[in-house]
Write a protein that binds this ligand. Structure first.
Ligand SMILES: [Zn+2]
Length: 193
């Protein structure tokens, strides 16, 4: 049976899966050269302090993979895209997507469960929804990529975008987090609000 959104939010295996994807992306970047000078890249990962991380997950789940050029005088930092950290948002990307996409409304009972589960307040969720329909839809990324998801309606983000990917909810979420990669780092990074 398909998991509910709340079950996914506390499913540690799901976070392990996302960590594995991030590791693959970072390893591929590590194998390549510095984009400024062509030298070797060293690891320069750093700790984030995301909120809402489920109990039982190790320290590696709060670590943002990052690289740094080994050459003196260059030292260019390269932070690969991530399926876990949605730009500078303090909650994990999966939470920002799933909770913002909840269709049946933020009734008090549900808000109470979400507060207990990931510590998120109603005000934060409303702010996320606002972010999807303003900062996100106005971003160069969305203007360039919205044609890839023609069924997604701006007024109903991110739920309509999530639904535009194939498969069960978890697979849709992974596809969406992958799609959002360009806004998680570098020049395309979207500010948290
Ligand atoms: Zn360099």
């Amino acid at each position: 049976m398909e998991q509910t959104i709340e079950e996914i939010l506390r499913d540690t295996r799901f976070y392990e899966l996302l960590l594995g994807f991030d590791r693959q992306i970072a390893d591929a970047a590590h194998a390549g050269p510095c984009r400024e000078c062509g030298c070797k890249l060293h690891w320069g990962s750093f700790d984030r302090k995301p909120r809402g991380v489920p109990a039982g997950l190790g320290r590696e789940h709060t670590r943002r993979f990052s690289l740094c050029c080994a050459k003196d005088g260059c030292r260019t930092r390269e932070t690969p895209s991530s399926l876990r950290f949605l730009g500078r948002k303090v909650y994990l990307g999966a939470m920002v997507v799933l909770i913002s996409a909840m269709q049946s409304g933020l009734n008090p009972a549900r808000m109470k469960r979400l507060k207990a589960l990931v510590g998120v307040s109603r005000r934060t969720v409303l702010r996320w929804r606002d972010w999807w329909t303003s900062a996100f839809t106005e971003s160069p990324f969305w203007r360039a990529h919205r044609a890839l998801a023609p069924a997604a309606s701006t007024a109903d983000l991110p739920a309509s975008l999530l639904r535009s990917f194939d498969g069960a909810i978890k697979r849709q979420l992974i596809s969406l987090l992958r799609f959002l990669g360009p806004i998680t780092t570098g020049r395309g990074i979207l500010q948290a609000i």
